[in-house]
Design a protein around this ligand. Sequence first.
Ligand SMILES: Nc1ncnc2c1ncn2[C@@H]1O[C@H](COP(=O)(O)OP(=O)(O)OP(=O)(O)O)[C@@H](O)[C@H]1O
Length: 266
Amino acid sequence: MTLPLLQTQALCLTRPSGEKVLQEVSLQIAQGERIGLIGPNGAGKTTLMLCLTGVIRASAGEVRMDGTPVAPGGFHPEMGFVFQQAEDQLFSPSVAEDVAFGARNLGLSGAALDKTVAAALTRVGITALADRPVHHLSGGEKRLACLAGVLAMSPRLLLLDEPSAALDLRNRRRLIELLGGMDQAMLIASHDLELVLELCPRVILIDDGQIMADGAARSVLGDAALMARHGQEVPHSLIHHARVDHAHQRHVVEIKADQRTGADRR
Ligand SMILES: Nc1ncnc2c1ncn2[C@@H]1O[C@H](COP(=O)(O)OP(=O)(O)OP(=O)(O)O)[C@@H](O)[C@H]1O
């Protein structure tokens, strides 16, 4: 049996206030798989990503990468996390130095480091910003700089939190093409459902810290009743299909309340 790239088992996070932010989240991500993570504001998408990368410690359950437990607080360069708030991620005096930071921590230096940084800047289309102070970037430019910094570390799993937020149409399209051309696995949390539809064959819908559906993107995103129950709308480009293509509906894997046992829900 092939080991999943990343696997969680019954991941829970309860705040000191008693609020249950994640409840028994079990999922698997295969090598190279692209998954959209959708759900309303406050559903727990960011919190889940922070737990997956070990940035915050879950109250119960575990995360494994290649079968090995992910230690909270550890350095996990095989996972590249692009934060929702670019300001949380950028801190070096210039864009190039920021992009170099993680790669340098992985042991790159000299010409090899320069080459890696130049390649990452080129991939996201911000070569011209290399010497700019990070606090002189626009919101969209900051997001691209964050992405370049993560790509420079060649992670095997990318976790992208609202990657298209603040991007203009040209940069959003560039991002979709860039991500679509990559063979790394990625989990993309987004309210941009058209982007999710374009990039992700699989979608996980979470609400109230629980996985509510996990299945083929067109099936989950095209299920109007399911989407409405969780404050979502069927993406425009699917509305026609949702009306006429009932065949897809059969494949929706909605997790009913009485089935939420913490077992693998795929
Ligand atoms: N540091 C924190 N302390 C206490 N509660 C928090 C903290 N960060 C987030 N929360 C709460 O945890 C819940 C989940 O938040 P989270 O940011 O994971 O949601 P999300 O699905 O990413 O939402 P959005 O779509 O708005 O980005 C929310 O109720 C939020 O208010």
